[in-house]
Write a protein that binds this ligand. Structure first.
Ligand code: SF4
Length: 238
């Protein structure tokens, strides 16, 4: 552990860094600790309520990572992506921790989102934030395996089922969430999840009424599936 977490009288988490030498990839020793040399390309960090899926309503720190290697698959599948993930700045893990602490020191959940967060996340990064006291969720397209240590996996598949099976051989996901619009059939996932959600397609910030009705009908006919609406858009939250 390269930093200590202490709690002050008001119960606020404080970060106290110390700087032991660490061995980096080439076997050399760095004077900087892991969190000062490891960087992520970050699009934005914001504090809000989780709007959809099994964690809906929970206060969370969202870390949107830059870039998405799934974008070509989405384009070819006709999926209209409404997320801006191309821009971003390089931040060290310590920068990310500091921003999260400044925005909401009381927040316990980090949500890694994107773009495709697993393009950048590693088990070491997940371990670092776990050691800093955070629970961590990831929202992924299924393109890559999820690093060890993640506490909650929300998988919204945007890649072929054989890729999903390869990356999640144990089916160890907390929720599977598929976006549906009129004309699209009930999904036939090839892995097991704890919970299954259908999410009506949104037109930008607006809920598409026909998609909502279609998802409601699918859930009524197939009760293993639950309705998940992007409620944060309805609440006017981020
Ligand atoms: S995987 Fe998600 S973020 Fe990436 S292009 Fe597709 S819809 Fe957009």
């Amino acid at each position: 552990m390269t930093q200590n977490m202490i709690t002050d009288a008001a119960g606020t988490m404080q970060v106290t860094p110390h700087s032991p030498n660490v061995t980096i990839g080439n076997g050399l020793s760095s004077p900087l600790p892991f969190e000062r040399i490891t960087t992520l390309r970050v699009n934005e960090i914001f504090y809000s309520l989780q709007g959809e899926g099994g964690r809906a309503g929970e206060a969370s720190m969202f870390i949107r990572l830059q870039g998405c290697k799934t974008k070509h698959a989405c384009y070819e599948a006709g999926i209209r992506c409404d997320t801006e993930f191309e821009s971003g700045t390089k931040k060290t893990l310590y920068d990310v921790l500091e921003i999260a602490q400044n925005l909401a020191p009381q927040c316990k959940w980090l949500v890694w989102t994107g773009g495709e967060p697993t393009d950048q996340l590693t088990a070491e990064i997940v371990q670092y934030f776990a050691m800093m006291g955070y629970l961590q969720a990831v929202e992924t397209s299924g393109l890559n395996p999820v690093p060890e240590g993640i506490d909650y996996i929300a998988l919204s598949p945007k890649v072929a089922e054989h890729v999903i099976r390869k990356n999640f051989p144990a089916g160890n996901v907390n929720e599977l969430r598929y976006v549906r619009q009129p004309g699209q059939a009930i999904p036939e996932p090839s892995i097991i999840a704890e919970q299954y959600y259908l999410s009506p397609h949104f037109d930008g910030e607006g809920l598409n009424a026909a998609s909502l009705q279609h998802c409601i009908s699918l859930c009524l006919c197939n009760p293993v599936w639950r309705l998940s609406v992007q409620q944060h858009k309805l609440w006017g939250a981020r």
